[in-house]
Design a protein around this ligand. Sequence first.
Ligand SMILES: [Zn+2]
Ligand SMILES: [Zn+2]
Length: 266
Amino acid sequence: MSEPLSLVDSHCHLAEPDFDADRDAVLQRAVAAGVTGLVCVGATGAVESNFPAVALAGRPAPVSIVATVGIHPHDASTADDAAFETLARLATTPGVVAVGETGLDFHYDRSPRPAQRTAFARTVALARAIRRPLVVHVREAHAEAAAILRAEGAAAVGGVIHCFTGERDDVGPYLDLGFSISVAGIVTFKNADALRDAVRAVPLDRLLVETDAPYLAPVPHRGRRNEPAHVRLVAEMVATVRGEPFAVVAGATAANARRLFSLPAG
Ligand SMILES: [Zn+2]
Ligand SMILES: [Zn+2]
């Protein structure tokens, strides 16, 4: 109980308006849960969605906050030359440590698939040019996402497949590219046996945990606003599923996130 804890929420959207009313209280609860660092992902939509995250990364807070910038696959159809110019500028702002989220979402298909493929490949090229790791979002498109990462040389910068929802067989190609796998609150859902099986196939030094807050709250908060403190519930379930001590999973996933995202030691 008194054991010092270090958890990192490797992917949350803390700059979203959902947290405007009580962001400080949310951060205090994260600290109380053992969270010492978090990665604030800006790309909830088009390129403009990144500005609040970049601003948040520069602000003093009780936990280390770094930001990532990208264009969400849902909004890939907005990713024109001007958007990429803005993105390239934001990506080299102090406090911004990675590029994304980017990727393919063939579940919702909110942007046409050709636009998603083009924006994804172009984002990988940007990450390579400025030597930053990638935060990749993939839904129902694992084979094609891995193929694009391979074709565009993403192994040169590495990164993470965030909120992984694939199966055991989907893990290998990402590991071969040097990517890590991040697990979100879905791992606590009753119908997630295939995901829990996949989580057992990820080496401990390639495993991250995240909330994706305000989305995807883990059990028993499912359906309500999620927040970084709940990353502890994700790490607890990952530890149970893998049959490893919670402290080992917490420590390793925090160290992996710190290494990938250049987070200061917490
Ligand atoms: Zn995502
Ligand atoms: Zn996200």
